[in-house]
Design a protein around this ligand. Sequence first.
Ligand code: HEC
Ligand code: HEC
Ligand code: HEC
Ligand code: HEC
Length: 184
Amino acid sequence: MKRLFTVLFVAGLALGLLSAGMQGDKEFSYTGVAKCKMCHSKDKTGNQYAIWQKDKHSKAYETLASEESKKIAKEKGIADAQKAPECLKCHVTAYGVDAKLLDKKFKIEDGVGCESCHGPGSGYYSNKVMKDIYAGKLDGATVGLIEPDEKLCVTCHNAESPTFKGFDYKKFSAQIAHPVKPLK
Ligand code: HEC
Ligand code: HEC
Ligand code: HEC
Ligand code: HEC
């Protein structure tokens, strides 16, 4: 009896671990900025979309076609920066991610979009889920929402960037701040 119990217990534990692992590996897909814009473009709640549109992240793909980019690319022997993995990896969202995880409306032209910092949106973009996360009733991490911090920024803001001049988290995050109003 005791033995059976142990076997069952171990089996249950394994199953639990397995499903926890699957949860962790669950693949959320990238919806594209247009989806976030649907709800996050109201002035009353901070219009995060409009703020992002004015910040350089939204132009990061476009930048790769600028004269400055052409010059950098030439020096590195790159024909077209907008097609080069060496540049795209930091200038667009979800670079290198399996194409099946990019939804129909996902656009590379959006550059460093919402989901570059907040994680792929397919699991959290519904109104109910968003409200529950905001109210602290649901842990965003379980549905793919990332809480962006300095560690995330420096995956792109580092010396591998050909134009890097340093990164000051406090200063830089103030520059892109897009809080929900009124502040929580
Ligand atoms: C159907 C509407 C809807 C869509 C679509 C949506 N959101 Fe939200 N989101 C909300 C609401 C409502 C809140 C709660 C705050 C508020 O009232 O604005 C929220 C809150 C958030 C928060 C704060 C969560 C926290 O930790 O408190 C983040 C970050 C966020 N949304 C990012 C996104 C991103 C990125 C997308 C696109 C992938 C997206 N949202 C799409 C409605 C939406
Ligand atoms: C996926 C890569 C990536 C991530 C992650 C990222 N950035 Fe950026 N960031 C860029 C790129 C690329 C540019 C330059 C865009 C351009 O000028 O076209 C940029 C530009 C900026 C600028 C404007 C700098 C200037 O010279 O005017 C600020 C401010 C900034 N980022 C802040 C942040 C902060 C804060 C975080 C983390 C919360 C962050 N970024 C995360 C890629 C990223
Ligand atoms: C370069 C990274 C970056 C990009 C791009 C970005 N965000 Fe954020 N976002 C942040 C950071 C950092 C915070 C602050 C997180 C915190 O306070 O914990 C934040 C906070 C938020 C919040 C919560 C604000 C609050 O008051 O609680 C919402 C909502 C949000 N972002 C939506 C968006 C939407 C929608 C987009 C695209 C239109 C977007 N973000 C693009 C980094 C980013
Ligand atoms: C490791 C990530 C990373 C890589 C790789 C990268 N960039 Fe950037 N790029 C950034 C970030 C972050 C910024 C903004 C701040 C800075 O210059 O570090 C930026 C800014 C720029 C700017 C300046 C835009 C402005 O507003 O002045 C140009 C031009 C540029 N990148 C071109 C390129 C080209 C061309 C490549 C490929 C050869 C490339 N980048 C590769 C992260 C990267």
